[in-house]
Write a new protein. Structure first.
Length: 94
């Protein structure tokens, strides 16, 4: 049985300008998913989004483009929204 690398426990606090780091993390996660697929390990990945990420109207298109670039099926990527992000704008969260 092969073990996959784990990013468990990695936390990055980046303040009010998360876009470049968030986009880099999304790209890296999807790139890793592709490399695992190439090794016949199709395992889902999860990416957490911050409040600032949710306000980025271009983020869905960015994620779609990265999935296409790396030829990763969308069903392998889980986008998770942190509770803090939901509490920041309760009306929009509904």
């Amino acid at each position: 049985m092969r073990q996959l690398p784990s990013a468990a426990g990695w936390t990055v606090a980046i303040g009010a300008k998360p876009r470049p780091l968030s986009r880099w993390m999304i790209e890296a996660a999807i790139r890793h998913a592709r490399s695992w697929m190439d090794e016949e390990l199709s395992t889902p990945i999860a990416v957490n989004l911050s409040t600032h990420d949710l306000l980025d109207a271009e983020l869905p298109e960015f994620i779609r483009a990265v999935l296409v670039r790396w030829n990763v099926p969308p069903e392998l990527v889980n986008v998770e929204i942190t509770e803090t992000a939901l509490l920041a704008d309760p009306e929009r969260a509904q």
